[in-house]
Ligand binder design. Structure first.
Ligand code: PRX
Length: 651
């Protein structure tokens, strides 16, 4: 395993600490340290109490059944996620509270109250039903960040259909793979989306994606009004607004779902080329999402919660839709880029809407740092009271900048470690209790038991790096990989008995604080997005000029990691700039723009061990300009010298 010792020693020198201020602590939802011990001593009672915050049609009878690696939570309970996120609030004073404050990139705005949201969701649920969607059917959604996206998700949840959202930045090919794997008969998309003033052609991608798939119907939201630029296929395609017009305005009766019925699938990258459809179920996932709003985010009814992620990723699922809405919060949802039309777009929104909690990614913070604080100074950020980060390890300098320039030294920062698979934040401070340290996600949240272990599964000493593991089941854990339970068992429970392996390296300091070191498998984290090296490699190898490719993540000041591809070409193929451009484009077309390699290095051979394994570690050393370590296992040592020379040429 590769625990990066260099990073480890830098982190160990970080000893600044930030206790919660007295005023924050005094108003916090959780102020008593005992919550940790209580949850540790009796996790089932703790989670049953948390699940009690949801509305149930029928109460659950058994809290958890654990037959490793399969867990079931809240057995015999019946509930509906959309009812919990929408309808139940309309029965209280929150009826006319803003649920979603939405801003489009061109500046258009919509404020949707809980009552309005209920009506929209119900109309969409009627629409889906009239299209033949039934409980358990998979609905693929490929939309920009517009209100129809949460409406469509919640409409699926209301019917009991399983949504599978594909991020709008994914290519037609990626969308197609996910449609086929999920076996969806219906796709909801838009004519196009806005990004930096340009139209992203979603419908055109969708047209390519759905050919020869099980898709029978495509519902198209008119977002940019590009009717003349898109083709609508008779009998297959219909506009959302036209279908909705025919929907009854009567309330839609929520389907009474079993706790363990699937709520959604969300595809994520793993070590092999094929993305995994992560399966989340209704009660456990919703309990996790809802609990973390109250614990980690200290949510109050007066908060305005702004999570800058896209709903196409798990962060948006949990912290734009299911977490905040199940808790009756007001969320700010933004369609576009943070630098459009100016670099102060987020700060204008924070000021304008009085955002109190901001949740963003280290890569964004590093970009704001690069742009400089002048964009912040133009706006009043005094409404902010709590800041959060997610997606990758945050370097202490970025943490300090977040603290000083955005939080004005006043707001606690919750660094939240979690994954698509975990459903909600697992390691993060409770901001009224835990003293924070820049760069550390601190400790596991109540009800979660973690450890750091060596290859044999034994706990490692403080300061030693090891594998991060989660020792007990938790409500919002993935239940399986869609259609591939064997892969689920092997990937997450194959290494240590009955213990979940997230695939991250970590270490604990002397005070027990957790420091996440990054992935230990062949997964690259570019700007907080997980990309499997195998996916990029197969996209490259599909090009007729390529014989072999090896892809690694090298460290990058803004993105965290950037993709470097080492490529050996077939005999006779030219190795020029035109081929580099073609190869990069081919990755964009096959996966999406976020997977575009930063650089492509041609090499006659790739460094391999004598057993023919590509030495990625060595490639990373070359890309990061480090002195090369031991190359004695290398089959042909001259390869390295050549590669080093090639790499220099590209700089
Ligand atoms: O490596 C960890 C990193 O992101 C991975 C999960 O990626 P994904 O499933 O796409 O979900 C991202 C958003 C929840 C993890 O295995 N990661 C996520 N949050 C952090 C992090 N690494 C360090 N610190 C974090 N706060």
């Amino acid at each position: 395993m590769t625990v990066e010792t260099e990073k480890l020693s830098t982190l160990l020198h970080e000893n600044r600490t930030f206790p919660p201020s007295e005023s924050f602590r005094a108003q916090a939802n959780f102020q008593d340290e005992n919550i940790y011990q209580r949850a540790l001593d009796d996790p089932e009672t703790y989670w049953a109490e948390q699940a009690g915050e949801l509305s149930w049609f029928k109460p659950f009878e058994i809290v958890c059944s654990w037959q490793p690696p399969h867990a079931k939570w809240f057995i015999e309970g019946k509930l509906n996620a959309a009812y919990n996120c929408v309808d139940r609030h309309t029965e209280t004073w929150r009826k006319n509270k803003a649920a979603i404050i939405w801003e489009g990139e061109p500046g258009d705005q919509r404020v949707i109250t809980y009552d309005m949201l209920r009506r929209e969701v119900d109309k969409a649920a009627h629409m889906l039903k009239s299209l033949g969607v039934k409980k358990g059917d998979r609905v693929t959604i490929y939309l920009p960040m517009i209100p129809e996206l949460p409406v469509a998700m919640l409409a699926c949840a209301k019917i009991g259909a399983v949504h599978s959202i594909v991020f709008g930045g994914f290519s037609a090919k990626s969308l197609r793979e996910r449609i086929i794997d999920a076996d969806s008969k219906i796709l909801i998309t838009a004519d196009a989306g806005w990004r930096r003033g340009k139209q992203i052609p979603l419908k055109a991608n969708a047209d390519i994606a759905v050919e020869e798939t099980p898709i029978e119907q495509v519902v198209v939201v008119s977002r940019v009004g590009a009717e003349s630029n898109i083709t609508m296929k008779d009998g297959r395609d219909a506009y959302w607004h036209e279908l909705i017009k025919q929907s009854p305005t009567t309330p839609f009766e929520p389907e009474q779902m079993d706790s363990e019925d699937i709520l959604f699938l969300l595809y994520t990258s793993g070590t092999t080329g094929k993305p995994k459809g992560i399966v989340h179920t209704t009660a456990g996932y919703l309990t996790g999402a809802n609990t973390s709003m109250r614990t980690v985010f200290d949510l109050k009814d007066s908060d305005i919660f702004f999570c800058t992620a896209d709903i196409g990723w798990i962060t948006g699922h949990t912290y734009i839709v299911y977490g905040p809405l199940s808790a009756g919060a007001t969320v700010v949802m933004y369609e576009g880029s943070p630098d459009y039309p100016g670099r102060d777009r987020f700060w204008e929104m924070v000021d304008h809407y009085g955002v109190t909690i901001l949740y963003t990614a280290p890569t964004s913070i590093r970009t704001f740092m690069k742009w400089g604080p002048q964009y912040l100074e133009q706006h009043d950020l005094s409404s902010l009271r709590l800041l959060g980060t997610v997606g990758e390890p945050i370097n202490p300098e970025a943490w300090m900048w977040y603290h000083e320039h955005i939080g004005k030294k006043r707001c606690p920062i919750v660094d939240t470690w979690w994954q698509t698979e975990t459903g909600c934040a697992m390691i993060a401070p409770l901001p009224g209790i835990v003293e924070t340290k820049p760069g550390s996600a601190t400790r596991a949240v109540p009800g979660i038991e973690i450890d750091i272990v060596d290859e044999q599964g034994n706990s490692v000493d403080a300061k030693d790096g090891g594998y991060l593991v989660i020792k007990k089941p938790w409500p919002s854990m993935l239940r399986t990989v869609w259609g591939d339970d064997e892969r689920f068992q092997k990937t997450y429970f194959g290494q240590f008995k009955d213990t979940y392996l997230p695939g991250d390296g970590a270490h604990r300091d002397e005070q027990g604080y957790i420091w996440i070191l990054g992935r230990i498998d062949d997964v690259i984290n570019v700007s907080g997005h997980r990309i499997g090296t195998a996916e990029v490699e197969s996209a490259l190898v599909a090009h007729p000029a390529v014989a072999e490719a090896a892809v690694i993540g090298r460290s990058d000041a803004i993105k965290g990691q950037a993709i470097t591809a080492f490529v050996s070409v077939r005999e006779g193929a030219r190795t020029d700039d035109a081929l580099i451009a073609e190869l990069k484009q081919s990755v964009v077309e096959k996966i999406g723009a976020m997977a575009r390699p930063e650089e492509i290095i041609f090499s006659a051979e790739l460094p391999k061990t004598r057993s023919a394994k590509i030495m990625r570690r060595l490639l990373r050393d070359i890309a990061e300009g480090r002195v090369l370590g031991d190359t004695t296992t290398l089959a042909d040592p001259t390869v390295v010298e050549e590669l080093k020379a090639q790499y220099k040429d590209t700089e």
